[in-house]
Design a protein around this ligand. Sequence first.
Ligand SMILES: C[S@@+](CC[C@H](N)C(=O)[O-])C[C@H]1O[C@@H](n2cnc3c(N)ncnc32)[C@H](O)[C@@H]1O
Length: 218
Amino acid sequence: MNEDINNPITLEPCEMLDERLFSPSAGRNKGFIAEAFGALMSDCRNIIEIASGTGEHAIAICKARPDLHYFPSDPDPQSRRSIEAWRHHENMQEQIAAPVDIDSRRNDWIEIFDDIDAIVCINMIHIAPFAACEGLFKGAGTLLPAGGRLFLYGPFMQDGQTAPSNLEFDRSLKSRNPEWGVRDIERELAPLGRENGLTLASVRAMPANNHVLIFTKD
Ligand SMILES: C[S@@+](CC[C@H](N)C(=O)[O-])C[C@H]1O[C@@H](n2cnc3c(N)ncnc32)[C@H](O)[C@@H]1O
């Protein structure tokens, strides 16, 4: 397993049943995230998820929104096997496509999709080099039509400030890999959005000092 492309298994112990992985943190937050997705993304139908991990968010989001066509992805093969096992277990193969191997740092994923109106990325950009975040924004800026959305969830800095628990998390991420870290909305993400034709449209507080950010394509 590549430490540089970290996956949920190396961050927290995941339970495993057949090929399905159960992430404790996904178990805690998937309901809140699916609810926020429903409230903020009601006009989006064709969704790519970057860094789907175990696949539990894809299942929760799609169960709440049977109108979606959802394309999950992850660069980690064990995660892709878990996503595949989940979509079969839940009998959601029609709504959720087979997972694709996407590393957001590469450009190759931009060409394989068309007619996408939103990109979802949950808990990835702080646990990957900043190049992964740059690739995500570049892909969103290229792929999305005007009005398309980028949905990000995770812990964030807000102009250098964040909750003590996020500061501690930031320290522990950086001690593990100096290229990782909690990203700053105003200092890093909003400017990166502007470079790629994406405007920060909303910031929604979530439980446990997390946020959902919505960027809209200009
Ligand atoms: C902490 S896990 C989050 C998984 C899932 N989104 C969740 O919230 O349960 C981080 C995920 O990011 C993926 N990842 C890391 N670097 C990546 C990159 N450059 N491009 C796409 N995914 C990446 C890992 O394989 C892993 O599945």
